[in-house]
Design a protein around this ligand. Sequence first.
Ligand code: FES
Length: 117
Amino acid sequence: MTTTITVCDTCNFSADLKLLDGKSGGEMLAEAIEALAGDLTVKRVSCLMGCERHCNVAIQAPGKLSYVLGKFAPDTDSATAIIDYARAHRASETGQVPYKQWPQGVKGHFVARLPAV
Ligand code: FES
């Protein structure tokens, strides 16, 4: 079963800066994730309603727990951590990933966990 990473492509670049060189942080993070995602599904949306934080993403799969994460730097390190977490989510029957398997780069970025529908 696939796991989808949904990236808000209109999020601010950082807590203090909306755009960098005319580009949103969300657009930069989406590009970084799309470049590295391989066989994971990546979608873009414009606003996940977490706008008080910058660079928000959602990790989802049918019948599994969903997660919203934010406050990422829009760079390759963040993209790699998000993708590694999404792969662990895909491998998990419920979507729950044991803490010891969390990539360092997602720690401190969790915003919400939603139960499976
Ligand atoms: S602009 Fe990204 S969550 Fe609203």
